[in-house]
Design a protein around this ligand. Structure first.
Ligand code: NAD
Length: 452
């Protein structure tokens, strides 16, 4: 089954400006960022600081954006089903609100720590700016493994966490959403708890959170929105790489919300899924893997393992699968140098946040593999969250056609601004996406000034 990964032919000229391995910025020291080059926060902020140098962004804006505005950490006790109490740790990091209320998901995962949440919060500021949304960036989470708790325990954990941060969120101030491990059901409990605790007379308390079930104030199209946005981005960007979306082959790392919807939507457009992986294993097939049947299997069993429509394979075989498009849609830093060397694709479309490390990306660019950066490719989720929020605050509901059309407009505009920055600065797409995001933030700061 092993297919050796031969470097694909370069499909486009190598840009002049790409982040060098010895990139440095005085802002790292001035802001006291971690010195470890493998630290996620240093890596994500470092990509922005490189873009800031290329576009010559004034130093004060680099400083402001290199650290979050607020870092909130809470500890709270919750009664377990056996009557004993367990103490949980929760986070809400509010990175920047120059463009509007803080906005970003809540991750429920046992490995969540402050650096992750800070990085994801920073990425939300950049993503909302690039997507043209009236939002800043935030992110939060609970250090918990939802798979290890009963429904009633999770309800108490989520409600108690909401109570702990209720005075730090709000429909006009900070609007969370789902992320890894959190679901529409969790969002409904958060909205309900917030409605009891807060004073939102005349306003719809449901607008405090997005990604709710449609029956409970959610938007049509929100569940699939991030995957939809990945495919919208591919549809815009593939022609310049000489690929036809109706004939592409692809592989997906992570078959949860983002990965499974990206897989199903790309398959519906004619794409053929050849390899897939999640926390339970790796699968390959020389024929198409049925994305709908696999999503059904995952919803029944919790993972891809045991799916009869593909063959189990090794991690190496998964990464070396020859495909046109590779979609990482699991966690951060999963495409490092070794994975980048194995990949045998033309384009990486980042469904996950920060899945590619800077050293991994250098290998990809050297090998002529294009990378569609997360702040562009996965902006569909927060964009439809914005539509959900608009529907909540105006007490209206939109049909699916309108949601999909409006989403596509935002994705096309973000891709065009990224391409314009790439052309202006002769740089890679990640640097270009950051430049386009920074240009909007710079204009806002120049008009409003820095208080006092
Ligand atoms: P999810 O919990 O629904 O799915 C996560 C997937 O990753 C699962 O299939 C899981 O099995 C897999 N995974 C976890 N650990 C793994 C490992 N070690 N190896 C292989 N696979 C592993 O989460 P999601 O909402 O789909 O989010 C996935 C990524 O997309 C995250 O980076 C998230 O921040 C990002 N994202 C999500 C949204 C959204 O709307 N849900 C929006 C933008 C970005």
């Amino acid at each position: 089954m092993t297919t050796l990964a031969s470097p694909p032919a370069a499909t486009h000229a190598r840009p002049k400006n790409t982040p060098p391995s010895n990139f440095s910025s005085s802002v790292f020291e001035e802001c006291g960022l971690p010195s470890d080059p493998n630290n996620l926060y240093r890596q994500t902020v470092g990509s922005m600081l490189y873009a800031a140098q290329v576009m010559d962004l004034p130093h004060e804006f680099q400083l402001i954006l290199a650290q979050p505005k607020n870092e909130i950490m809470v500890h709270f006790p919750v009664r377990m089903d056996n009557g004993k109490y367990q103490l949980f740790k929760g986070y809400r990091v509010q990175h920047n609100n120059a463009l509007g209320p803080f906005k970003g998901g809540l991750r429920f995962h046992p490995d969540v720590h402050l650096d992750d949440v800070k990085s994801l919060s920073f990425l939300m500021t950049m993503k909302c700016s690039l997507a043209g949304l009236p939002y800043g960036g935030g992110k939060g989470g609970i250090k918990v493994d939802p798979r290890k708790h009963s429904v009633s325990e999770m309800e108490r954990i989520v409600r108690r966490f909401t109570a702990a941060i209720a005075h730090n969120i709000g429909p006009d101030y900070d609007i969370p959403a789902p992320d890894v491990g959190s679901t529409a059901q969790h969002m409904a409990w958060i909205a309900d708890t917030y409605a009891f605790i807060s004073e939102t007379s005349g306003k719809n308390p449901n607008a405090v959170i997005t990604g709710k079930p449609v029956e409970s104030g959610g938007s049509l199209g929100r569940e699939k929105a991030t995957g939809q946005g990945v495919i919208d981005t591919l549809e815009i960007m593939l022609p310049e790489l000489g690929l036809d979306i109706s004939r592409v082959t692809f592989s997906v790392l992570g078959f949860g919300n983002v990965g499974s919807w990206a897989g199903r939507i790309l398959a519906a457009k004619g794409g053929s899924m050849r390899a897939v992986a999640d926390h339970t294993g790796f699968l390959r097939s020389d024929k198409s893997i049925d994305a709908i049947a696999l999503a059904d299997h995952v919803s029944k069993t919790g993972g891809i393992r045991g799916f009869a429509g593909a063959e189990p394979c090794s991690k190496e075989d998964f990464y070396k699968a020859k495909v046109d498009v590779f979609i990482p849609a699991a966690l951060e830093q999963m495409v490092q140098e070794s994975e980048a060397r194995m990949l045998n694709c033309t384009v990486v479309a980042e469904g996950a946040n920060a899945p590619t490390t800077p050293p991994g990306e250098r290998v990809l660019l050297e090998r002529g593999i294009e990378v569609l950066p997360a702040i562009l490719a996965n902006a569909g989720g927060v964009t439809v969250s914005y539509f959900e929020w608009i529907q909540n605050i105006t007490f209206h509901s939109w049909d699916l056609k309108r949601v999909d059309q409006e989403l596509n407009k935002h994705m096309v505009d973000a891709a065009n601004r990224t391409r314009a920055a790439r052309q202006q600065y002769d740089c890679d797409l990640r640097t270009a996406a950051y430049i386009a995001a920074l240009q909007r933030l710079q204009k806002t700061y120049e008009f409003r000034g820095i208080f006092p």
